[in-house]
Design a protein. Structure first.
Length: 210
């Protein structure tokens, strides 16, 4: 009876604690936007509507999936140094940089085919198309390595060791993976979440023609 009462009290305490959690509605930059602005385009594929349960808060984040802008060249040079270090290869100053980013294991990137050879063949085909299109330096970069085995493991994927790429482009965990294409002058296009080879090729074309 005492054990049953104790379990019941624990359950009530946990429920009250959960109810006390603060709730925030934000955009991807951490700006508060309110529940109405968060929910108004919930069925629009141009946005992600994410939820994160933290120790003391529940955070709902609305994310625009495609972004473009111009990054500070000092920041770009730091990212280049990181990429050169982890890949043990130099980056031609005239090259467009393509970063395919793996955030860590999730339902999206752990579903589908488990045929590692097929996945790697698709990756190789993607790289051939990229390099035929424009002068490109491409990198497969991960935030957390769990689940990478089927995508080629750490032989192909390199760590975002300083979290510089994550902090600059991919602050939240976007399902499947994300990509950013960066021109040598700092202009970039990024896309959050599952994307296609065709999208990346289009972004390279768009930045290469300007």
């Amino acid at each position: 009876m005492r054990l049953l009462l104790f379990s019941f009290l624990l359950m009530i305490t946990g429920t009250i604690s959960a109810q006390k959690k603060k709730v925030y509605y934000q955009d991807e930059n951490g700006n508060n936007i309110g529940s109405q602005a968060y929910s108004k385009d919930k069925n629009d594929p141009a946005y992600f509507h994410l939820k994160f349960d933290l120790d003391s808060a529940r955070v709902f984040v609305k994310v625009t999936r495609k972004h473009s802008g111009t990054m500070n060249l000092d920041s770009l040079n730091l990212i280049k140094k990181d990429l050169e270090k982890v890949s043990n290869a130099s980056i031609d100053p005239a090259h467009i940089i393509v970063i395919d980013y793996y955030p860590g294991k999730d339902k999206c990137n752990s579903s589908g085919t488990t045929d590692t050879e097929l996945i790697q063949n698709e990756q190789n085909d993607y790289l051939k198309k990229l390099h035929r299109l424009a002068p490109v330096s491409q990198f497969f970069i991960y935030n957390e390595k769990e689940g990478l085995e089927r995508f080629g493991g750490t032989e192909r994927w390199k760590a975002d060791a300083q979290h510089r790429i994550k902090n600059a482009f991919f602050k939240w965990h976007y399902p499947c993976g994300s990509v950013v294409v960066i021109h040598p002058d700092g202009r970039y296009i990024s896309y959050y979440g599952e994307y296609s080879t065709a999208q990346v090729l289009d972004y390279v074309k768009e930045l290469n023609k300007k």
